[in-house]
Design a binder for this molecule. Sequence first.
Ligand code: HEC
Length: 265
Amino acid sequence: MTDMFILVLLITAVLLLVVSLLLLKVIKVYVKETLNPTPVATAEERRLWHLASENAEVTTTKKSSVWSKLMGLRPIDEEKDIVMEHKFDGISELDNPTPAWFMVLFYGTIIFAIVYLLSYHVFGLGNLQEEEYSIELRQAEDAKIAFLQKPGNSSNKINESNVEQSKDAALLSAGAALFKTACAPCHGEHAEGLVGPNLTDEFWLHGGTVNDIFKTIKYGVPDKGMIAWEKTLKPKQIADLTSYIMSLKGSNPAGAKAPQGVKQN
Ligand code: HEC
């Protein structure tokens, strides 16, 4: 949809450009003819003129290189045709017109800007950057939810939207063992808190529900020093850790770190 729109916009811009260039040419010819009309030539005059222009072609095609054509430069012996009337200290000015391609670019950008301004800011035909950004964010969020809900993929079986707290003793001790090796260095042997916060109280920085805790462990809080564990631990292990942490609530270990965050029931 937006691709189509951009294409249409581009085509309109190019068409406008061509039309305005044609108009410019017509106006030029009109002005020239009103100021200095071309007399109707006799047959003899026409023959002479043809001869002269053929000769001129022979001489000029030899001289003008691609470069001078591109830059709109005229050969030195044509200078007398483009010299302007004023002179200062013996220095005279040449009337070298700007090359056509430059004028095309120049007017092209102006026309494009007008078309762009009208369509985006006046008629609101397309989305501005900010809207496009939020639309893409929404799409990414939808895609993520769809991915997490996709069945069959073993790594997706347990995720932050379907994890449940378990009171199973085997699972809790698996979680406890993992906690001792992976988490104790920062959260303390009994989750009382060291570098990381106390995980046994009712105060949470990132939410205390089973989904919140799972999510914090999975994605971490990289700027605050909490590692994202999704690459090292399996979803099942993260779920065990989550259940274990939830089972510690109110255990009041010795040397507990002062509460951080918001109280949750
Ligand atoms: C390198 C140190 C470090 C390690 C290792 C670590 N954490 Fe953390 N953790 C932190 C820090 C620091 C925070 C606080 C983040 C913040 O301030 O937002 C935190 C926060 C948390 C939180 C959120 C607490 C709240 O109040 O919301 C949970 C849950 C958590 N960690 C669980 C774990 C688990 C489970 C492990 C082991 C798999 C672990 N952490 C390993 C440093 C660590």
